[in-house]
Design a protein around this ligand. Sequence first.
Ligand SMILES: NC(=O)c1ccc[n+]([C@@H]2O[C@H](COP(=O)([O-])OP(=O)(O)OC[C@H]3O[C@@H](n4cnc5c(N)ncnc54)[C@H](O)[C@@H]3O)[C@@H](O)[C@H]2O)c1
Ligand SMILES: [Zn+2]
Ligand SMILES: [Zn+2]
Length: 379
Amino acid sequence: MRAVVYKGPFEVAIEQVEDPRIQHPNDVIVRVTSTAICGSDLHMYEGRTAAEPGIVFGHENLGVIEEVAEGVTSLSRGDRVVMPFNVACGFCKNCTAGFTGFCVTVNPGFAGGAYGYVAMGPFVGGQAEYVRVPYADFNCLKLPEGTEKETDFVLLADIFPTGYHGNELADVRPGDTVAVYGGGPVGLMAAYSAMVRGASKVFVVDRVTERLQKAEEIGAVPINFAEGNPVEQIREQTAGEGTDKGIDAVGYQAQARGEDREEPATVLNSLVETVRPTGALGIPGLYVPRDPGGPDESAKQGMLMVSIGRMFEKGLRMGTGQCNVKRYNRHLRDLIIEGRAQPSFVVSHELPLDQAPTAYEKFDKRIEGYTKVVLHPHE
Ligand SMILES: NC(=O)c1ccc[n+]([C@@H]2O[C@H](COP(=O)([O-])OP(=O)(O)OC[C@H]3O[C@@H](n4cnc5c(N)ncnc54)[C@H](O)[C@@H]3O)[C@@H](O)[C@H]2O)c1
Ligand SMILES: [Zn+2]
Ligand SMILES: [Zn+2]
């Protein structure tokens, strides 16, 4: 089958790879109809991880079940399903507590598995014609038959739940004011989720015009950090108080204000200043224990200068970590089915698989409005 294969820094290619096979009685093989490119894929694409050339990317997968192993009980050939990017067993200590992003069964020695992702286990990615889904009864979420709302549903694999997770971590409640740093797909989904949860006012901080425009279209207040200190801009619009809650949807590749360089702790420190005393911070943006591309020695070791003293003084709470997609995807699916949520507004491009190399290049440069790309392997 054809698949998106990582060749080395800034290079992916469409290559022929082996078809996935059933390996366990609870596997299914899914014929992938939609698979999205993620900001997290770019961390590997840019050569900033230990990802080895040859890995097939793709952890945001939706498709139709092609083959069912004999131990699968709840699924049949022909079912349309979307899979959480987390591969999870469903029965370990963390899974049974709802922390499916930290499954201890699927990737021993490390909590958490994912398709097509470095250090996240042996699971081949789904930017391909087919993908093997292990623990299929647990990992497949059934969707209505047909092809309706495909672009909304594919976002259930990662970014819609991840944006929602940012709100859970920050404990966003009806009436809250919320500051979301980052207007990428995850940030836009976090802002959108905040509104679904009844936030009274939501700010989205970024400097990319198209992204700030999308934020405004969904009713958020755009804050351009290139035009002035975002903390002050938000304070001015919250009667000097700051927001109740804050979400980091940027991660360790945060850009310094007014300069073309990374400053990995800048968003965390801005959040500490943006959120009012006793508020809470949700950090779905990715921070890593090692970053060979980090701007200084501490950053390379994953250690950042974060104002913990100010956090303590203000009594701020903070939640971090990978999204436990399974915990939210059923509810978010039902909001989509009932027309109460349409997350596909973030999708900027739908392309055949063959165009993945160009899509990666443009998405990485954040040019030509490339915000979120969905690939269709069978078109
Ligand atoms: N926790 C999870 O499970 C999970 C899942 C998916 C993605 N992620 C992570 O979420 C983060 C965002 O993902 P994405 O796909 O939206 O990425 P993205 O790179 O498209 O978006 C990040 C945005 O942040 C903006 N930005 C950069 N510096 C900034 C600053 N100082 N202040 C405000 N905005 C700034 C950029 O302009 C960009 O638009 C990434 O770190 C990704 O790895 C986490
Ligand atoms: Zn993703
Ligand atoms: Zn588990």
